[in-house]
Design a protein around this ligand. Structure first.
Ligand code: AMP
Ligand code: MG
Length: 402
């Protein structure tokens, strides 16, 4: 049986970014850039006034309080030819270009206007006061965001500011989802005593939605080879197919055999991980990636986070598709007898002093109700038996941080 890191290596080395597309930048959150984004002009593009007030020559301030002649006004968005002469002040707004001749701005709160003159008080007068100098944030041509970076809100703002209303990004995979199991019924039906409501297709759709992906649910397939084979063929018409259930060793666990018969080459089956040991992964010649996820609801959500998301990031062109764990100290002692890497649910305890990770106790991978308050998973490494309170552990929040 392979380890989690061997499984991730097979997933990531066997996959590459999808083709690119050009989309409006406002829709590009979480999409990875194909090219570096560079500044097309210095930022700020001119000496920009940072306060409403009066533009003056700093050298005119021979004492803290001085009186000036008001020589005019410069508005934002208006190109002005006004020049500040000695003993003069020009009324100015935040965001306007600093008028020629001036090298400092006194804020309006420190001004007393007396008709055609103004008394300005400034204890800390110096050249450049309250002015953002042209190019002080960034010179022209500088790389602001590297290719392969998924766009955040701040990144979208940068793109817009350097004149990119559209951006070239990698396409993201489309996902098809199948739930399997003769006992599984839709939550809109009323269950008989031996039946179980489908929740996996809901958690998988919810998780793909938080990855900002399109997903489609193909329905619930009973454990019947004919039914499942037809659904699998439809599912293979996508970039990623996720199946839940039917990958263990039971007599009716047909999925591994059916996937192989339908042209999906198996890359691994069984990983030294808890929960999720029977996970199955493969790929078709056309480039559809298939995960057979063990049906327990906790296993499905954990396997998606641990194994499916890195593949999504790789196909989406992320320069760094690997997990980004956050180190957090445990709030209490935890034990695990497992000799597999164990991903346990946890939640943050935020106090004034520190942030700790509190383990959430569940009774097994079918216990999705007690699992609900979890905010992510932490790794209990295979080689450990006990982790003391305060031990730093690797935590993966449910929502990824890029
Ligand atoms: P399996 O992997 O098919 O052996 O299923 C393992 C456990 O997960 C069984 O108790 C199933 O009833 C349950 N299970 C399988 N699929 C789902 C589903 N879609 N929603 C909720 N529970 C499921
Ligand atoms: Mg089953």
């Amino acid at each position: 049986m392979i380890s989690v890191s061997e499984a991730l290596k097979l997933i990531l080395e066997g996959s590459s970014a999808l083709p690119s597309q050009i989309i409006p930048v406002e829709n590009a959150q979480s999409f990875a850039l194909v090219n570096d984004v560079k500044s097309d002009r210095p930022l700020p593009p001119f000496d920009r006034v940072a306060m409403d007030g009066f533009a003056v020559k700093s050298e005119d301030f021979t004492s803290e309080t001085m009186e000036f002649k008001i020589a005019g006004q410069v508005q934002t968005g208006v190109s002005s030819k006004l020049v500040v002469g000695p003993g003069e002040a020009i009324r100015i707004m935040t965001g306007a270009p600093c008028p020629e001749g001036a090298d400092a701005v006194v804020k309006i709160e420190n001004a007393t206007i007396k008709g055609k003159t103004v008394v300005l008080k400034e204890e800390n007068m110096k050249p450049g006061l309250n002015i953002a100098t042209k190019g002080e944030d960034t010179e022209a041509g500088k790389t602001l965001i590297r290719a392969g970076t998924p766009l955040t809100t701040a990144g979208i703002a940068v793109c817009a500011s350097v004149g990119l209303p559209k951006v070239e990004v990698y396409q993201k995979p489309k996902i098809k989802i199948i739930s399997t199991g003769t006992e599984i019924i839709s939550p809109s039906e009323s269950p008989l005593a031996h039946q179980i409501r489908d929740c996996n297709s809901f958690s998988l759709r919810s998780m793909s939605r938080s990855n900002i992906l399109e997903s489609r649910f193909l329905g619930i397939g009973e454990d019947d080879k004919k039914v499942l084979a037809a659904m699998i063929r439809e599912g293979l018409e996508s970039e990623i197919l996720l199946l839940s259930g039917g990958v263990s060793m039971g007599e009716f666990d047909h999925i591994p055999q059916l996937l192989s018969e339908n042209g999906v080459k198996n890359l691994f089956h069984h990983v030294r991980v808890k929960p999720g040991k029977p996970i199955w992964f493969g790929k078709t010649e056309k480039g559809t990636y298939v995960f057979g996820l063990p049906g327990n609801p906790v296993s499905v959500q954990t396997c998606y986070r641990i194994f499916v998301e890195p593949l999504i990031r790789k196909l989406s062109g992320y320069a760094n598709p690997r997990h980004r764990f956050i180190k957090l100290p445990l709030s209490e002692q935890v034990n695990s007898k497992s000799n597999r890497d164990h991903y346990m649910p946890g939640k943050l305890v935020i106090t004034e002093k520190e942030t700790l990770l509190e383990p959430i106790h569940i009774r097994g991978s079918g216990d999705f109700s007690n699992f609900e308050p979890s905010q992510g998973l932490f790794l209990f490494p295979a080689e450990e038996k006990q982790l003391e309170a305060g031990t730093p552990v690797d935590f993966l929040p449910w929502r990824e941080i890029w």
